[in-house]
Design a binder for this molecule. Structure first.
Ligand code: FAD
Ligand code: COA
Length: 409
């Protein structure tokens, strides 16, 4: 029987962490450095790997409890919130759900000690069209040989555990579907497997302390016992792995909402502080209405995210429902961009400077309509579910769909 703490218990821990993180957030942004000090605090506070079952040393916390933590931390430090998400959702969830006993025992202590696993799906030529990935894992004696490039990998160069999505080929080169491959590396000690290399880091608009890296696999050997075999096999491997990824989408949407909630708090404070025309800004009705709209956006996002975090997909899935996760992430991320923009506007010129955290939040929050499935791709999934039709995005796939559903003109 898992030990149960309440969401309020976790929220208090997260608020204490956030109070420590707020004054440090600028440091990671300006120096473009990973927040190891915060990671140590989060591991000590028990939020790294809080969703890991108690049997493996975690807290067995739910996704709902996790998003409560993520929101509080995101108000203060977007970077740390991303680490909490990836230490509890996505890659680590896939390992805990689909992994062998040995894989769980390997992954859990790493994350509990502070590792943020990296999930490696995107490639230079396969972003939204993730199923067009060309990284291959060819079956050989005792394991698989990985070849290819992954791009925009969050934590590349600092993460130890990597879950790499790759197209599985049998010995004869036949395509068997998509599988997950666990790769361990430790760049701090130089313990990096032969055939694995961090090729470069992006210079990003926001979230500057987080490396977004290109990873190269060149004849990297992965033993059989490091293959994360999806429950329905490689043929349905992509769907199974993405099913686990739906949890990370809820996490990403929550970060965006948390940043927006933080920006709303700053805006409300400043409206009372700043005086123009002999009155506090708070007395101007135009700004009051702006604040009310921002509040409604944050509140609606939170409700959708909590609903998605508590949901489960069909057939006894362990993970959030695909449509609820897509709806919550698309809505929360687009709303958060607008809310943070309005908060910055309320600060006038001061908001445009680094005297306030608004300019950093504005840069940070912009990412969430892109990373983890763009708003457009998520809306395509939602529309498909509403219309009850699968909408392939390739030209040939769409032509077949049109022919099947609507016939030729
Ligand atoms: P593209 O797919 O080239 O899309 C460009 C534009 O076209 C977008 O606006 C998109 O919405 C639109 N578009 C494309 N296809 C369609 C369509 N069919 N209908 C309508 N519009 C369409 N990936 C990982 O695997 N692991 C990570 O850890 C990771 N971290 C990331 C961190 C950051 C900061 C960022 C920015 C990205 C990260 N990504 C990661 C990659 C991310 O998932 C991709 O950026 C995303 O899936 C979109 O791919 P793309 O950037 O190649 O855009
Ligand atoms: N959850 C569960 N299953 C999913 C899923 C999700 N989030 N996304 C796709 N699937 C399933 C589909 O239902 C489909 O299963 P089916 O064969 O039973 O119908 C299978 O995976 C393939 O998906 P499909 O929609 O046919 O793929 P596509 O070739 O049209 O490609 C996607 C579209 C899925 C790649 C695109 O919608 C997408 O999600 N792109 C963003 C990728 C992303 O989030 N990257 C983040 C990197 S961190």
């Amino acid at each position: 029987m898992e030990r149960r703490e309440t969401a309020e218990f976790y929220r208090d821990i997260a608020r204490d962490l956030a109070a420590k993180f707020a004054p440090r957030a600028d440091r990671w942004d300006k120096s473009r450095s990973y927040c190891w000090e915060n990671v140590a605090d989060m591991a000590a506070g028990g939020v790294m790997g809080m969703t890991i079952p108690t049997k493996y040393g975690g807290k067995g916390a739910s996704y709902f409890e996790t998003v409560v933590v993520v929101e509080e931390i995101a108000k203060a430090c977007t970077l740390s919130a991303r680490i909490v998400v990836e230490a509890n959702m996505g890659g680590i969830s896939a390992v805990m759900a689909y992994g062998s006993e040995a894989q769980r025992e390997l992954a859990a202590p790493l994350v509990l000690a502070g590792d943020k696993p990296a999930i490696c799906i995107t490639e230079p030529g396969a972003g939204s069209a993730a199923t067009e990935m060309t990284t291959t894992a060819r079956q050989v004696n005792g394991g698989y040989v990985l070849n290819g490039r992954k791009h925009w990998i969050t934590g590349g160069g600092v993460s130890k555990l990597h879950l790499v999505f790759a197209r599985v080929l049998d010995g004869a080169g036949e395509d068997l579907g998509i599988g997950g491959f666990l790769v361990l590396s430790d760049h701090s000690t130089g313990s990096v497997p032969a055939g694995f290399r961090v090729a470069g880091r992006e210079h990003t608009l926001g979230l500057c302390g987080m490396p977004e890296a290109e990873l190269v696999f060149q004849d990297l050997f992965v033993e059989n016992d490091m293959v994360l075999t999806p429950p329905s096999g490689f043929r349905r491997g992509f769907a199974d792995l993405m099913n686990a990824y739906n949890s990370q989408r809820v996490g990403a949407g929550t970060i965006a909402m948390g940043v927006a909630a933080g920006a709303l708090d700053h805006a409300a404070r400043y409206l009372k502080e700043r005086r123009q025309f002999g009155r506090p800004l708070a007395e101007f009705q135009g700004l009051q209405w702006m604040l009310a709209d921002m509040d409604a956006g944050v509140h609606a996002s939170r409700l959708m995210l909590h609903e998605a975090a508590k949901s489960r997909g069909p057939d006894g899935s362990l993970f959030p429902d695909i449509t609820m996760a897509a709806r919550a992430k698309a809505f929360a991320s687009e709303t958060a961009v607008k809310v943070v923009d309005n908060a910055l506007q309320i600060f006038g010129a001061r908001g445009y400077s680094d005297r306030e955290p608004l300019e950093r939040m504005y840069r940070d929050v912009r990412m969430f309509t892109i990373g983890g499935g763009t708003a457009q791709i998520l809306k395509t999934q939602i529309a498909g579910s509403l219309l009850g039709i699968k909408t392939p995005q390739t030209r040939t796939g769409y032509a077949e769909l049109a022919q099947r559903n609507w016939g030729s003109e």
